[in-house]
Each structure stands twice: as structure tokens, then as C-alpha cells.
Design a protein around this ligand. Structure first.
Ligand SMILES: Cc1cc2nc3c(=O)[nH]c(=O)nc-3n(C[C@H](O)[C@H](O)[C@H](O)COP(=O)(O)OP(=O)(O)OC[C@H]3O[C@@H](n4cnc5c(N)ncnc54)[C@H](O)[C@@H]3O)c2cc1C
Length: 449
């Protein structure tokens, strides 16, 4: 008899898991149960508000599910009866499964600040109807305050500015993007934000969101300043959505995600978890980590799909590779940044390179490219990299991520073969990754001498 796979959640992890499950299990009956009528391309959400200007342009193609004989049920799973292998939906419908995948994702953190319930205070929710309301509200707005200068807050701010709004970011840490990048990269991002006309306030907390007649009118900062706001967007992180798993008695991990083994099985071997709801383990330390990214969700979803009929593919842990863009400044990162590497106890060797992304530099559209690579001094293995430049920043970070996963040494990174083209890359002499690794090698040699 063919296997029945039920997937709860149809966003990044659930959608990708269902399609990969079909490739690995031709005969399986696959059902995706999703709360929302339509599901968003989550990473595209900020771009709805300044570039796409439409929710419809940022939707996952549900047709792919139908084309792959995957049943889509719009509904909410309320409970799991593990002993009978049945899920129960909010409308009372019961559905049996052989294998269950939890892809229930995450929900935005709501900071304990008064005024969060005022009208026109929005969160970075992945719900098309909710975001449609924000899109409409922006039409009459003038002043927007973004609480949180992580990559989600920065991307929203940049897109709000693109439509001509007065935008202020309020960030608690000394820099925007501080959790993702070393300071010199954060400073580049902040300079670009200011160049775009966005006000950036760091090392500051929001004491209160101020409202009148039930509607937000401003934000009061701990330092006393009051900022005007027609709209407040709160982006201060996410928390894994684990209600179903908890109530079903599944083990929960230290960081609050659904505990999983290296095959992505929960404490019940017939129930898997993938994406933001699943506990993450660092590729470097194997300890639980707070990384939550679509790229990680996608990889975990594929691992789950491969392991449904028999556990065989292991998850090596989250490297954390992602990119963002501020105006024309592309930023990419993979693995540990220098600050974090030192914090977790690595003796680091750092190599940097500053070059251009085309050659000769007179090629039209050439942009400055800055790369920093971080190696573990003891093993000489690459553990991180950061890139700032143009559109190539993201793919350069992806190359670094693969090098990290393959545990390449500084010599291997320096002497690898990189293709080049005048209109597409730096020159063969200064390919930024090789060039930064050469710099690390030189520093290593001089410190050994
Ligand atoms: C604005 C924004 C921009 C981002 N940009 C990037 C980026 O550029 N790069 C990157 O790598 N990551 C990015 N991320 C992170 C990325 O979006 C998440 O890591 C990704 O969405 C996780 O996917 P998921 O499927 O695990 O969870 P989610 O996207 O949270 O989806 C979970 C789904 O499960 C459904 N669900 C939950 N419980 C139930 C239930 N009981 N019954 C039925 N359905 C249920 C939810 O309604 C939801 O549809 C961004 C996030 C945001 C908010």
C-alpha cells in the first residue's frame, strides 16, 4: 500500500517538502494542510511594499501542487492523535497519516511595549490578507517607524522609503544588521540607509507606542524623543510555532523549536519537523542556535522528503547563509562572522580583499566589492565569510557556504579554480574569494615568522 504523507503548513518548508516528497516517493499520497488561502514567497514580503506593489505578485504557485498530484487542504490542524496517527482540523475533519511533517513555521515576536494594539501597528506576519491591509494603509501614510534594524526591518524600511515615506529605524543594538554582520559591514549598510534618506537611530529602545483615538500617532523613545508615525512596523524577531507539537507531547528543544534528530525526526519517529518550527543546531558547535532562514527551511524540507520512507540523509547543521540588499549595496554572509567566531572560542585567521566586480574597472556598472573570510587558525578551515558589493554578493556568499560545508582549508580556498569574465566578475588576479584567502595566508605566514 502506498504511504500517506500529511504536511502541516504550506509555506517555504511545507511547499518545498511536498514537491520533494513527490520526487522521492512517486506513489505516495501527499496532502498539504495550510491555514492561508494563498501562501506568500516569504522572502519577497518586504518587496510587496515598494517594488512589487501587489500581494498577488508574491505568491507561491499552488498550481505546482496540483500538477504534482499533491492535495492542498485549506484549514488549521488543531491536534494530533499520535496513537491513532490522525490529525484533527478545526472544522472537525480527521485525517490519517503514515508520516506527518510539521512545517508550522514561526510567528513574529511581540515586544512587551505598551501600545502594540493600536491600529496601524503591524508585524512582519506571513499572512497575505494581513499584509494587504498594510499595503492599503500605506497609501495615506507619511511617517513610518520601523522597530528593529535586523535584515527584515531594514528591508521593510528600504522599501517604504522607495515609495517616498519618511522612514525611521529604531534599533536597540549599536548597529543595524549587527546579529548578521561584523561592524564594518553594518556601518556600510547604515551609510547606505542614510544616503537613501532613512533615519537610523541605534542603541535606543522604544518605550511606548503612542496612540490617539485607538490609532498610532507616534513612538516614544527611552531617550525622551518622540517620533511621528502613521504606521509602525515591528520586526524584532520570530518565535517557533510549536503549539501542535507541544500539545501532542513531542519533545521541545532548548531554543524552543520542535526537537529533531539528525534525520529531522521528532521524538516520534513517524513525525518529522522542518523549517522555522524545528530546533536548529549549529554546523560549527552542534549546539542549538537561533538561526531561522528560508534557505535552512528549504534544505531541511528536502532532507525530510528524502527520509520519509527510510532515514538516510543526515542534517549536518545550520551554516546560516543569506543575503540582503540596501539600495544598490548587496550584502552576503555565510557561517560565522568574526565577532561570533571569537565569542564561541575560535582563534581566528582573517583575510580581506577589496576589489571590483568587473574587469577592467572601466567596464560600465562596475561596483566595489569587499570580502572578508574567517578561518579557524588551528585547523586552517574556513568558517565564515562576508561580502559587500553589488548583485554578485549573494552568490559569492553561497560559494563561501559550500566551502564551509566542504571544510576547505585556507590553501584550498586560495588555490581553487574560479572562472572570470569582464562583464561578470573581478579579474582572475583578484577574484575576491581567492584574494581574501591569499591575504589570510600571508598574515598566517607573517604571524608564524
Ligand atoms: C519579511 C521576511 C523576509 C525574509 N527574508 C528572508 C530571506 O531573504 N532569506 C531567507 O533565507 N529567509 C528570509 N526570511 C525567513 C523565512 O521567511 C523563514 O525562514 C521561512 O518562511 C520559514 O518557512 P517555514 O515554512 O518553516 O515557516 P513559515 O513561513 O512561518 O510558514 C508556516 C506555515 O504553517 C502554517 N501553519 C502553522 N500552524 C498551522 C496549523 N496548525 N495548521 C495549518 N497550518 C499551519 C502557517 O499559517 C504558515 O503558512 C524572511 C522572513 C520574513 C518575515
Amino acid at each position: 500500500m502506498s504511504m500517506k504523507v500529511v504536511i502541516v503548513g504550506g509555506s517555504t518548508a511545507g511547499f518545498i517538502c511536498s514537491l520533494a516528497a513527490r520526487r522521492f516517493n512517486e506513489d505516495a499520497k501527499i496532502v498539504v494542510i495550510r491555514r492561508e488561502r494563498k501562501a506568500l514567497v516569504t522572502c519577497g514580503i518586504p518587496y510587496i511594499f515598494g517594488t512589487l506593489l501587489s500581494i498577488e505578485k508574491d505568491l507561491l504557485p499552488d498550481k505546482l501542487l496540483a500538477d504534482n498530484n499533491i492535495e492542498l487542504v485549506i484549514g488549521e490542524v488543531k491536534s494530533i492523535r499520535r496513537d491513532e496517527k490522525v490529525v484533527v482540523l478545526s472544522n472537525g475533519q480527521e485525517m490519517s497519516y503514515d508520516k506527518l511533517v510539521l512545517a508550522t513555521g514561526s510567528t513574529p515576536v511581540r515586544p512587551p511595549v505598551p501600545g502594540m494594539d493600536f491600529e496601524n501597528v503591524f508585524f512582519a506576519k506571513k499572512d497575505p490578507d494581513y499584509l494587504q491591509r498594510l499595503l492599503l494603509k500605506l497609501e495615506g501614510a507619511k511617517d513610518v517607524v520601523v522597530i528593529g534594524g535586523g535584515f527584515v526591518g531594514v528591508e521593510f524600511a528600504e522599501q517604504f522609503r522607495k515609495r517616498g515615506l519618511n522612514v525611521t529605524i529604531v534599533e536597540l543594538l549599536p548597529h543595524c544588521l549587527q546579529l548578521n554582520f561584523d561592524d564594518e559591514y553594518c556601518i556600510m549598510a547604515e551609510e547606505k540607509l542614510r544616503e537613501l534618506g532613512i533615519r537610523v537611530i541605534t542603541k535606543e529602545t522604544v518605550e511606548e507606542v503612542v496612540g490617539e483615538n485607538g490609532k498610532v500617532v507616534g513612538v516614544r523613545l527611552a531617550g525622551g524623543e518622540r517620533l511621528k508615525a502613521d504606521i509602525v512596523l515591528v520586526a524584532v524577531g520570530v518565535r517557533p510555532e510549536t503549539t501542535l507539537a507541544r500539545e501532542a507531547g513531542l519533545k521541545i528543544g532548548e531554543m524552543g523549536g520542535v526537537w529533531v534528530n539528525e534525520y529531522m525526526q521528532t521524538s516520534d519517529e513517524d513525525i518529522f519537523a522542518a523549517g522555522d518550527c524545528a530546533e536548529k543546531y549549529s554546523f560549527f558547535t552542534k549546539k542549538p542556535t537561533n538561526l531561522r532562514l528560508a534557505s535552512i527551511a528549504a534544505r531541511e524540507a528536502k532532507i525530510v522528503a528524502a527520509n520519509l520512507s527510510q532515514p538516510r540523509v543526515k542534517n549536518s547543521g545550520a551554516i546560516g547563509c543569506f543575503a540582503t540588499v540596501v539600495g544598490d549595496l548587496g550584502l552576503g554572509v555565510a557561517g560565522l562572522i568574526e565577532r561570533t567566531a571569537r565569542e564561541v572560542g575560535f582563534d581566528v585567521l582573517v583575510g580581506t580583499a577589496t576589489t571590483v566586480d568587473k574587469h577592467p574597472g572601466a567596464m560600465p556598472g562596475t561596483k566595489k566589492l569587499k570580502v572578508k573570510l574567517i578561518f579557524d587558525r588551528a585547523s586552517r578551515v574556513i568558517i565564515g565569510g562576508e561580502v559587500a558589493g553589488g548583485v554578485t554578493a549573494a552568490e559569492l556568499a553561497n560559494i563561501v557556504s559550500i566551502m564551509i560545508e566542504r571544510r576547505m582549508t585556507v590553501e584550498e580556498v586560495a588555490f581553487s579554480q574560479y572562472g572570470t569574465h569582464p562583464a561578470l566578475t573581478a579579474s582572475p588576479r583578484t577574484h575576491p574569494i581567492a584574494y581574501a584567502a591569499e591575504d589570510a595566508l600571508l598574515k598566517r605566514a607573517s604571524s608564524a615568522a
